[in-house]
Design a binder for this molecule. Structure first.
Ligand code: SAM
Length: 364
């Protein structure tokens, strides 16, 4: 039987301490006093071990968008085909964990010569639809098992695990627990990176300006009532990065020392340097956006200048790493400047901060 992992209702996954350091070119003129660095903190919740899968919802559009993503899906296809081509046909077994309604990656594996493909899918509707898709495709060596992977047993261990289970923050949908459990129970060679596609999921983070946060504040609008981080489509221009992204977490699926549920180690704070060129180019983006909204002239200039010099929180997004042969390839889910289909940002406080005031707070 499956190992029962203890689910904690909400795990404080990590606390990101942010320290913004000015780049002299943009902000030196604003530094009028020096004070100790002010640390702002944000925390967010994530699933950590399971007793339910309530975070999973059936969203036809989202599944179809993933299937039709011309940058993502062909990379998975190539990686699966390459991996299966490395062994004689009909010899390797595959698990597609989280197959979705189209049994997309399972079908690729079956067609690429897998001996047997198991799929696990927690969402009932998606599992039913996956069965229909397989029937329609007349594929007979793929089996759909409905349920959460941590509560499911397979009749045999597999050679390859294919799993697209990263959230906006890579680990927010229980990836640590899912992968720890899969290593222990599903893989023949759990600590070999060739056993996994992708081989690694990561979270990138960068401080951001968020126009709506700048525009709406107390007393008229109370952002603290928003218990969740803001989630935006990457094409939403109302959020722009203030600095280059940095790696916040990196989960190697073959890592023999993945932390167990609830035992994530504390991380050192990250420090970003605000990029002057970004601030200037963000101001232009915000200005164009305002023009589209019908705001023009001095008002548009003042607003775009203000929001481009404001800091709202940390933008975070997931990156998948797929090994094609010897080369690691970033699955380019990112549509603009490294931002993927969804960006998440916990806001740091009820009001955004002007970068200048943060700079004055830094010990410079
Ligand atoms: C992002 S979708 C990927 C769908 C499809 N594999 C693809 O690549 O287009 C992730 C799917 O994994 C399922 N899922 C996530 N974690 C799971 C787990 N531990 N056990 C079973 N299903 C899981 C979700 O229900 C969802 O259908």
């Amino acid at each position: 039987m499956a190992t029962q992992l203890v689910r904690r209702d909400a795990l404080k996954l990590a606390t990101a301490a942010i320290s913004l350091v000015p780049s002299a070119s943009v902000l030196a003129a604003d530094v009028t006093t020096t004070k100790p660095t002010q640390l702002l903190r944000a925390s967010w919740t994530a699933t950590d071990g399971f007793s339910d899968a309530s975070f999973i919802q059936f969203d036809e559009g989202a599944y179809a968008a993933m299937r039709d993503d011309e940058k993502r899906t062909p990379l998975f296809e190539r990686a699966i085909q390459q991996r299966l081509a490395a062994a004689p046909p009909n010899t390797l077994t595959v698990l597609d964990l989280g197959t979705g309604p189209f049994a997309l990656l399972a079908l690729v594996a079956a067609r690429a010569g897998a001996k047997k493909v198991y799929t696990i899918e927690a969402n009932k509707e998606a599992a039913n639809r996956a069965r229909e898709a397989l029937e329609k495709a007349k594929v007979t060596n793929v089996e759909v098992i409905e349920g959460f992977s941590t509560a499911i047993s397979l009749p045999e261990k597999v050679d390859l695990l294919v799993a697209e289970i990263a959230g906006s923050i890579a680990s927010e949908e229980g990836a640590y627990a899912t992968i720890c459990d899969a290593q222990a129970r599903f893989l023949k060679r759990p600590n070999d990176s060739a056993s996994y596609i992708p081989t690694r999921i990561e979270t990138l983070a960068a401080p951001c300006s968020y126009a709506i946060h700048y525009a709406l504040g107390p007393p008229a609008f109370d952002w603290t009532k928003l218990k969740e981080p803001v989630r935006l489509n990457c094409r939403d221009e109302s959020m722009q990065l203030l600095a280059s992204p940095q790696l916040l977490e990196s989960i190697a699926f073959a890592d023999p020392q993945l932390p167990s549920a609830g035992l994530l180690p504390a991380q050192p704070p990250l420090t970003w340097t605000v990029d002057g060129e970004r601030v200037a180019s963000n101001a232009r983006v915000f200005y164009e956006e305002l023009k589209r909204e019908g705001v023009t002239g001095a008002e548009a200039i003042a607003l775009s200048d203000g929001v481009s010099r404001s800091f709202s929180g940390l933008a975070m997004w997931a990156r998948l790493r797929i090994d094609l042969g010897m080369n690691a390839v970033d699955c380019p889910l990112m549509a603009r400047d490294c931002l993927p289909h969804q960006v998440l940002s916990p806001l740091m406080s009820s009001e955004c901060h002007l970068i200048a005031s943060l700079i004055r707070c830094s010990a410079r």
